[in-house]
Design a protein around this ligand. Structure first.
Ligand code: PMP
Length: 958
C-alpha cells in the first residue's frame, strides 16, 4: 500500500474509529500479548497504551490515508536518530508472524497498525513550569535530532503534509474559516501573511532536510532527575516526518514552549542550545520567528478544523485552548522585535539605532532625571510614592528621563512577573510651556492619547497633554503642539503600530531595535552610561577571590534595599527572606542619618574616651541577665567567638573545648577548629585539632534521637564531659548555639543546655552561648536563644544583627571572667567599639524597640509557620517545618520515611523562587533546608507572598 498523500486534496482526516476492546483483541491476536489498552490522544491516528505482563507498549492504528511505506520510513528515521544521538525512541515490535506492520480492517476500510515500545517517563509538557536548564536541554535535543536527520538517507514517500511549515501559509488560508473565536480567522490570516512576507527574502536560502516535524514538549519524554526537574531523554511520534526547512524543527519546539512563556525570553536557552549542536545560519535566525508564527497559526486553524470534522476526537477538542494560547503568544509582539530578541541569544548586539532630526524643543537647560535603582533622589522608599516622578522633576523648566533607563519608580513589590520599568523613549517634564516642533517632515494624526508624526519608515509618537495640535502635512521645524506642563513621552518607532512605552528589562534591547533613541531630538549634548550586570559579574570573578561565592547561578545585580525588599538594576523587587543580618530592614533612614551624623562628628578607637562606647556597653549589658554585666566590642561573629574561646582558655588555664557537630562559628583558626559544618567546610570533621571535642548535633528531626528520645542528646553530652574529665582533659568551655541554627533554627531539646551547662560547670569549664545568628529578637518569643532553654551562659557572643550589616560584634560576660583576660595582656580591636560602630549598634536597638520588631517576629513568624505547616500537609517533599519567630527552616526530603535529603531539589527551588521575586537559600549540612530569616520588619502580606509562591513552585515544579 503506497501513498503519496496530499493534504490539500484530502484535508479531512478523522482519526480511525477503533475501541480499546478492538485494540486489546488486536494485540492478543497479532502479538500474543494479554494487555489492557487505554486511549492516547492523536489528531489523525488511533493510539493506545497497552500494559501487559511482558511490558508496556503503544499500539498505533494509522489513519487510512497513510500507508505502510510511510510507517517504515518513520521507523527507520526514529532508529537513525537513536543511533546518531542517543535519544530514546520507540522501536517497532514484530507480530507473531514476524511482520512489524499489520493490516487492520476498519468499518470504514482498511489500514495498518503497529506496536512500538513504550518509553518510560512523562511528556515534558506535563509540568506547568520548565526551568531554563530544561528549556536548554530541550533545545539541545531538538538540535541533536535535527543533526541526525540531516543525514538520514532512508526512503521517504513524497507527502504534502499540512505540518510542513512550507505549506503553513496555504493551510491557514485554507482552514482559517474554521476559527470561530471572534476576529480569530482574520487574525490567523493576517499573522500568517505577515510571517510569510517576512520570510520571503530568506526562504530560498533556508536549508531543507528531513524533519521530525512535531518536536514539541508533548512528544519529548522526560524522566525525573536528581533535582526533581524533568530531563528530556526520548522522542516519540515520528508521524509528521517530512522534508522541510531544517529550522522549522526548532520553530515547532519554540512554539510549543510558548504557553509557559509569560516572558518570551524564556525561550532563549532552547535556541542557544540548538545552535550549539547545530549552528543556526543568519538566514535561519531571521526565519525563526516568522516560522514560529506560521506554526502557531497553522496549528491553531488545523486544530479547529480537526475538531469540526472529527467531533468524537477529544484530544483535538481538548487542545483548542492551548493552541489558541500558543497563537496569541506567538503574535503578541511584532516579528521584528521577536527576531531581535532571538538574535540577541546568538549574535553580538547590533549598534542601537539613533533617531536623527531637528531638536523638537528649543534650547535652554535640561535636567536629567535619575529614576534608576541607584538614584540618590529615591532614598527612604520615595520610589514607592506614586507621584515620585513628577515630584522629582520639580520646578526644572525642562527635565527628562533618559531613554532605556530602568525606573525604580515602576517597581512592584511582591510581584511574580518582572515589572515594565524601561522606557523605550524619553519622557519630558516641563514646568514652563513648551512648543514641540517636528524633527522631520511628516503627516500628523492622532491615535488614542497620542499624536503621531508619520514619515517614511519612522513615526514620532508624542504621548501627553499636548494642545493646539497641528494636523496634516508638516515641514521640519513646524509646531506640532504645545505642552503647558506635565509630562510628554517622546518615542520614535520603525514599526507601523504604536509600540508600548514601558517594557520589562528582558525585552528592552529587542524593542530598542525598532524604537531608535530619540535623545538627540531633545538633548543633543547628552551622554549615556550603560549598565551591564554580566560584565560586572565577570569583573567580580577577575578581582574578588572566588572562594567568596555568590548566591544563585545568575545572581541579580542588586544595588538597593528598602525594608524587607532588595532591588536589582532592572527595578525588579525581591522579597528578602534571607538577610538575617539586616534585622531592622534595608536602607533604614534613622540608621543612615545617625551614622552619617556620627561620621561628621568623630570616628576613632575605643582607647579614646567618648560617650557612645559607654552608652552602647550599658545598653548591651542591660539586655542580659545577671551576673553578665561586662562587654567587649569587636567587629564580627568570628572575632566574638574567638575572643570567647580566648577568655575561656585564659580563665581556666585549659585548652580543650567541647562544641556541637554540624555548626559554624567563624573562619579564624580557633573558630574554624570548632566549626564542623560540612556545608561550610567539607573537610571540617577530619581536620579538627586535638583540643576540639564534639558531641552529636541535637537534631530531633533526623538525628540519632527523635521524639521522646530527644533528651538522650544531653545525657550523651553529659557522659562525654565526664569522660573528658576522666581522661584528664576537662573542658575549658562548652560553646554552642542555643537554638540550632545550621539545621534551620531547630530548638534544642528541652533541658538540653541545663544538663550540659551543669556538667561543664561541675568540670570547671565555662559555658558560651553563640547568639550571633539566633539572638537579638529574631526568635520572637525570646530576645536571646538561651532564654528558651532557661539557662544563663557565662559568656554570650553577639554579631550580625547588632549592626544591621555594619561590622559589629560583642562578647558579654561577667566582670571576673573579663578580668581573666589580663593574664594575656590587654585587649584592643581598632574599630571594635568605634563611635560609628557604637552609634550603629545603639540605633539598631532603638529601632528594634520603637518599631516593636521582636513582637513582629513573634506574630508574623507564627503566621508564616502556620502557612508552612499547611503546605507541609499538601506537599510530601516538606519533611518538617523547624524554628520559631522569624528563624524558620523548611526541610525538604525525598521520602518522609527515609528522610533522604532533597538537596538538589532545594537548590533548584531557590532558583525558581528567585525568578518569582524571592531571595531564599538552602542551609544545613545536607543543604536541604530553606533558610527563612528575613528582616524582622516583614509583614503578614509578605509572609503570605512567600508561602503562596512556595506553594506554586511545589505545585508547578521547578
Ligand atoms: N557564629 C554563628 C552561629 C554564625 O552563624 C556565624 C556566621 N554565619 C558566625 C559565628 C561568624 O560570624 P561572622 O560571619 O560575623 O564572622
Amino acid at each position: 500500500m503506497s501513498t503519496t498523500f496530499n493534504f490539500f486534496e484530502n484535508a479531512a482526516l478523522a482519526a480511525p474509529a477503533f475501541s480499546t476492546g478492538q485494540a486489546e483483541n488486536l494485540v492478543r491476536e497479532r502479538y500474543g500479548l494479554d494487555g489492557v489498552a487505554t486511549v492516547l490522544g492523536s489528531q489523525q491516528d488511533a493510539n493506545f497504551r497497552v500494559v501487559s505482563p511482558a511490558g508496556t507498549f503503544v499500539l498505533k492504528v494509522s489513519n487510512p490515508a497513510f500507508g505502510a511505506d510511510d510507517l517504515e520510513a518513520q521507523d527507520q528515521a526514529a532508529a537513525h536518530v537513536a543511533r546518531c544521538s542517543g535519544i530514546r525512541v520507540p522501536s517497532p515490535v514484530p507480530g507473531v508472524d514476524g511482520r512489524v506492520i499489520q493490516p487492520v480492517t476498519l468499518a470504514s476500510g482498511s489500514t495498518v497498525a503497529r506496536l512500538v515500545t513504550y518509553i518510560d517517563g512523562k511528556p515534558l509538557g506535563t509540568g506547568a513550569y520548565l526551568a531554563p536548564p530544561i528549556v536548554a536541554a530541550l533545545g539541545d535535543l531538538t538540535g541533536r535530532t535535527s543533526g541526525a536527520l540531516a543525514n538520514f538517507a532512508g526512503p521517504l514517500p513524497p507527502r504534502e503534509l499540512q505540518w510542513d511549515l512550507r505549506n503553513a501559509h496555504d493551510v491557514v488560508s485554507h482552514l482559517a474559516d474554521f476559527v470561530t473565536v471572534p476576529g480569530g480567522a482574520d487574525a490567523a490570516r493576517t499573522a500568517a501573511r505577515a510571517a510569510a512576507e517576512t520570510l520571503g527574502p530568506f526562504a530560498d536560502g533556508l536549508p531543507v532536510q528531513v524533519v521530525h516535524g512535531d518536536l514539541t514538549v508533548d512528544n519529548v519524554i522526560a524522566t525525573g532527575d536528581g533535582d526533581g526537574r524533568p530531563r528530556p531523554v526520548g522522542l516519540i511520534d515520528f508521524g509528521d516526518l517530512t522534508r522541510s526547512w531544517a529550522i522549522a524543527e526548532l520553530a515547532v519546539t519554540c512554539a510549543s514552549l510558548l504557553p509557559r512563556a509569560g516572558d518570551p525570553s524564556v525561550l532563549l536557552p532552547a535556541i542557544h542550545a540548538f545552535d550549539e549542536v547545530r549552528p543556526i545560519t543568519d538566514d535561519e535566525l531571521n526565519a525563526l520567528w516568522p516560522l514560529v508564527v506560521l506554526r502557531a497559526a497553522s496549528l491553531m486553524v488545523s486544530g479547529r478544523h480537526q475538531a469540526s470534522i472529527d467531533r468524537a476526537n477529544r484530544y483535538a477538542a481538548g487542545n483548542l485552548d492551548l493552541e489558541w494560547q500558543i497563537f496569541e503568544a506567538a503574535t503578541a509582539l511584532p516579528i521584528r522585535v521577536m527576531t531581535a530578541l532571538v538574535r540577541s541569544a546568538l549574535r553580538p548586539a547590533a549598534p542601537r539605532p539613533v533617531a536623527a532630526g531637528r531638536p523638537i524643543v528649543a534650547g535652554g537647560s535640561r535636567a536629567v532625571l535619575d529614576l534608576s535603582t541607584t538614584s540618590p533622589a529615591l532614598h527612604g522608599g520615595l520610589f514607592l510614592d506614586g507621584g515620585a516622578e513628577t515630584r522629582l522633576a520639580g520646578d526644572a523648566d525642562m527635565a527628562y528621563v533618559p531613554y532605556l533607563q530602568a525606573r525604580l519608580t515602576r517597581t512592584r513589590l511582591n510581584a511574580v512577573e518582572p515589572p515594565a520599568t524601561v522606557g523605550l523613549g524619553v519622557e519630558l517634564f516641563a514646568a514652563a510651556p513648551l512648543e514641540i516642533r517636528a524633527p522631520w517632515p511628516g503627516t500628523v494624526d492622532r491615535q488614542d492619547d497620542a499624536v503621531a508624526l508619520r514619515a517614511d519608515g519612522r513615526t514620532l509618537w508624542l504621548t501627553g497633554p499636548l494642545r493646539d495640535v497641528a494636523s496634516g502635512d508638516l515641514e521640519a521645524g513646524d509646531v506640532i503642539g504645545r505642552l503647558d506642563a506635565g509630562s510628554l513621552r517622546v518615542q520614535v518607532s520603525a514599526l507601523d503600530g504604536r509600540p508600548p512605552f514601558l517594557v520589562p528589562a528582558a525585552m528592552a534591547q529587542a524593542w530598542a531595535s525598532v524604537c531608535p533613541d530619540p535623545t538627540p531630538l531633545i538633548d543633543p549634548d547628552a551622554t549615556r552610561d550603560e549598565h551591564d550586570g554580566a560584565a560586572l559579574l565577570a569583573r567580580r570573578t577577575a578581582s574578588f577571590a572566588t572562594v567568596q561565592e555568590h548566591y544563585f547561578t545568575e545572581p541579580p545585580h542588586v544595588e538597593r534595599g528598602w525594608r524587607q525588599h532588595m532591588f536589582d538594576m532592572a527595578g525588579r523587587s525581591y522579597l528578602d527572606m534571607l538577610n538575617n543580618v539586616s534585622i531592622v530592614g534595608h536602607g533604614h533612614p534613622r540608621l543612615a542619618d545617625a551614622v552619617e551624623r556620627q561620621w561628621r562628628l568623630l570616628n576613632t578607637n575605643s582607647r579614646f574616651h567618648y560617650g557612645a562606647v559607654v552608652e552602647f556597653s550599658e545598653r548591651l549589658a542591660g539586655l542580659v541577665p545577671a551576673p553578665l554585666d561586662t562587654v567587649f566590642l569587636v567587629n564580627s561573629g568570628t572575632e566574638a567567638d574567638d575572643l570567647a574561646l580566648r577568655l575561656a582558655w585564659a580563665n581556666t588555664g585549659r585548652r580543650d573545648v567541647l562544641a556541637v557537630r554540624e555548626a559554624y562559628h567563624g573562619w579564624s583558626d580557633a573558630t574554624d577548629a570548632i566549626s564542623t559544618s560540612v556545608a561550610d567546610n567539607p573537610n571540617a570533621v577530619e581536620t579538627r585539632p586535638a583540643w576540639v571535642h564534639t558531641v552529636a548535633a541535637p537534631n530531633t528531626f533526623r538525628g540519632e534521637y527523635r521524639g521522646a528520645q530527644a533528651h538522650r542528646y544531653a545525657e550523651d553530652a553529659e557522659a562525654y564531659v565526664r569522660e573528658m574529665v576522666r581522661d584528664g582533659r576537662p573542658p575549658a568551655a562548652f560553646l554552642c548555639e542555643p537554638c540550632y541554627g545550621n539545621a534551620g533554627g531547630m530548638p534544642l531539646p528541652d533541658g538540653y543546655l541545663t544538663t550540659i551547662y551543669r556538667a561543664v560547670r561541675e568540670a570547671g569549664g565555662l559555658c558560651i552561648a553563640d547568639e550571633v545568628q539566633v539572638g537579638y529578637g529574631r526568635l520572637g518569643e525570646y530576645f536571646w536563644g538561651f532564654e528558651q532553654q532557661g539557662v544563663v551562659p557565662d559568656i554570650v557572643t553577639v554579631a550580625k544583627a547588632m549592626g544591621n550589616g555594619h561590622p559589629l560584634g560583642a562578647v558579654i560576660t561577667t566582670k571576673e571572667i573579663a578580668a581573666g583576660y589580663r593574664g594575656q595582656g590587654y585587649f584592643f580591636s581598632s574599630a571594635g567599639g568605634s563611635p560609628v560602630s557604637c552609634v550603629t549598634g545603639l540605633t539598631v536597638l532603638d529601632v528594634l524597640r520603637d518599631e516593636n520588631l521582636q513582637e513582629n517576629a513573634r506574630v508574623v513568624g507564627a503566621h508564616l509557620r502556620r502557612r508552612l505547616l499547611d503546605l507541609a500537609a499538601r506537599h510530601p517533599i516538606i519533611g518538617a517545618v523547624h524554628g520559631m519567630g522569624l528563624y524558620l527552616g523548611v526541610e525538604l526530603v525525598r521520602d518522609r520515611e527515609t528522610l533522604e535529603p532533597a538537596t538538589t531539589e532545594t537548590a533548584a527551588i531557590c532558583e525558581r523562587l528567585r525568578e518569582l521575586g524571592i531571595l531564599m537559600q538552602p542551609t544545613s549540612d545536607r543543604m536541604c533546608v530553606l533558610k527563612i530569616k528575613p528582616p524582622l520588619c516583614i509583614t503578614t502580606e509578605d509572609a503570605d507572598f512567600f508561602a503562596d509562591s512556595l506553594d506554586r513552585v511545589l505545585t508547578e515544579g521547578w
